[in-house]
Write a protein that binds this ligand. Structure first.
Ligand code: MLT
Length: 204
């Protein structure tokens, strides 16, 4: 794990699923900590910092412009993050078979590409304001038994209107159980997102 910036907060409740926090563009590994602790008190938290710098803003993969992605970089960073997750779970004694992504925006997007390309990295995830980055279905049966929540806003200027539905299909192609939550919101999170995430965790 040398060379990686990350936060590891061991949880107090072995029954609570460990969470992989994935921040948005310009964030750090601390951004989602208090939200995650409210959502799932007692969960172990593993929170890597995105290792791409866009003029100083941390991200999880490169883009040429907003919504214009560097697909080779997306694939390579997704695979490298999967390796980090496995190594971290082994070294820090985190139950990877129960690990749920909890990602926002760019972090939600790499959560989705992890599920598409590296399905063994995660047990599922809560993806807040995700979009389609890789237009590739998950391999058949690769996500069977895993659950994913996609939470989007109806007037989010960053996410094209058809993307949540398209992403749901790409993940369902792998056998994932996909729940979608749509609220009257923009790209920023609102209390409805936390409520949806809470209901999702209770449904698992
Ligand atoms: C991305 O680049 O992943 C998306 O545009 C979301 C963002 O980070 O603004």
């Amino acid at each position: 794990l040398a060379g990686h910036h990350y936060l590891h907060l061991p949880g107090s409740d072995p029954g609570a699923p460990p969470l992989l926090l994935l921040h948005g563009t310009g964030g750090t590994e601390r951004d989602l900590v208090s939200l995650a602790q409210r959502l799932s008190p007692g969960s172990t938290l593993l929170s890597p910092r995105g290792n791409v710098s866009e003029n100083g803003a941390n991200r999880f993969f490169r883009r040429f412009a907003e919504g214009v992605f560097d697909y080779d970089d997306v694939r390579a960073r997704t695979d490298a993050l999967a390796e980090f997750i496995s190594a971290a779970c082994t070294q820090l004694d985190i139950a990877q078979n129960r690990l749920l992504a909890f990602g926002f925006s760019n972090g939600a997007n790499i959560g989705a590409t992890l599920l598409q390309r590296q399905p063994t990295a995660l047990a599922g995830g809560i993806l807040l304001r995700p979009m389609v980055v890789l237009d590739e279905p998950a391999a058949p049966d690769s996500l069977t038994g895993k659950s994913v929540l996609l939470a989007n806003g109806t007037f989010d200027p960053i996410i094209p209107a058809d993307h949540p539905e398209r992403l749901a299909k790409l993940l369902a192609a792998g056998g994932a159980t996909v729940q979608r939550h749509t609220s009257a919101a923009s790209h920023n999170l609102t209390p409805a997102d936390l409520e949806a995430a809470t209901a999702f965790l209770e449904s698992l």
